[in-house]
Design a binder for this molecule. Structure first.
Ligand code: IVH
Length: 327
């Protein structure tokens, strides 16, 4: 077979195997077979430097020191949401939407505590990852996001695709990271969100690669262009394209149904492998979403219900008194 073709084939195949392994928890090949194909690809790429591709599975965890982060202006602003804390405020939100769209239905999802990220694809190829930044302009952190194993480098979708989600550090990875920091006498990270943000904004890509970051996608920026009409369909479509999507969401027609989801997630929350700080409620119809638009700076089509801050118990093991350099 033509070697260029074989390289393409191996890249796709290894990507599929990685997805089965990392996202679906259902590998279809043995580790040995995976390693064998990876070596075949490495050998072929070594003989064809003109076909080098930073998205190749062989390149994803190799460290590099970046000169800095470029800036990128978002096609549509990356917004934050208005917060609510009670059932009464939820009723008010639903009433405000229903005033304009009496038949509106809603999608309720977990609110992940990490950092917002936009992923861009051109003709099925991952081309760029951008942080929220100030909402208008973010930083291009493509090389660091490439180290997140569950982010697909190739998807089956034509044209331009932009999806948005939250990069996070699983609770166990956070605990392990702070154990290592303690051993090395380095400062501890305050919470998984800070640890994730620090990893993504590090110019040494081997740092992000070593931090076991994950991502959940919750927003299909140009869904309408791809014939998708509701938020629930957008979540399904992103899942089908191979993105990590939390499929534990609910389509709700009443405040009672939204509240039941909030209560169910409240119960589950401490047992989840990642931090959540609430539930996001979005209008399901994307047409209604566009029509509702924005308030001064937050959307009118979505809101965040926040759980009260979780109480944690800290055990103080010991205190070391030291004298600083200046006495
Ligand atoms: S939707 C305009 N869905 O919370 C709507 N955001 O304060 C865009 N977040 O900036 C956001 N989980 O970083 C959405 N399921 C979810 C989310 C979520 C976490 C974050 C996101 C956003 C912030 C809102």
């Amino acid at each position: 077979m033509d070697e260029a073709l074989r390289i393409q084939q191996l890249r796709k195949q290894l990507e599929t195997y990685a997805r089965e392994y990392y996202i679906q928890d259902a590998p279809t090949v043995t580790d040995q077979e995976y390693d064998r194909l990876m070596h075949e690809l490495e050998d072929l790429e070594a003989g064809h430097p003109e076909l080098a591709d930073p998205n190749s599975p062989t390149q994803r965890v190799i460290g590099a020191i970046l000169p800095g982060f470029e800036k990128y202006t978002h096609a549509r602003r990356m917004l934050s949401l208005g917060d609510i804390f009670s059932r009464e405020e939820l009723e008010e939100f639903v009433a405000r939407v229903r005033k304009e769209f009496p038949g509106a239905s809603f999608v309720a999802e977990c609110k992940y505590d990490g950092l917002a990220m936009a992923l861009h694809y051109e003709d099925g190829r991952f081309v760029r990852a951008v942080t929220r930044g100030d909402g208008l302009t973010g930083e291009v952190v493509t090389a660091n996001v490439r180290t997140i194993r569950s982010v697909p480098m190739y998807i089956d979708a034509p044209g331009h695709v932009e999806v948005r989600g939250e990069v996070y550090m699983p609770k166990v990875s956070f605990e392990r990271l702070n154990e290592v920091q303690t051993t090395l006498h380095l400062p501890l990270f305050a919470n998984p969100r800070n640890a994730a943000a620090g990893s993504i904004r590090n110019l040494d890509t081997s740092v992000a690669a070593s931090r076991n970051l994950e991502i959940f996608l919750y927003w299909y920026q140009n869904a309408l262009e791809h014939g998708i009409n509701t938020q629930a369909e957008a979540l399904e479509a992103m899942h089908d394209m191979g993105f990590p999507v939390n499929m534990d969401f609910a389509i709700c027609d009443t405040v009672d149904e939204i509240w039941a989801f909030i209560e169910r997630i409240r119960e589950k929350r401490s047992g989840l492998p990642y931090e959540i700080d609430g539930v996001v409620i979005k209008v399901n119809s994307l047409e209604q979403e566009e029509a509702l638009g924005l308030n001064a700076k937050t959307p009118r089509y979505a809101i965040a219900y926040k759980y009260p801050a979780q109480e944690v118990q800290t055990r103080l093991d010991d205190i070391f008194l030291t004298i600083g350099r200046t006495g």
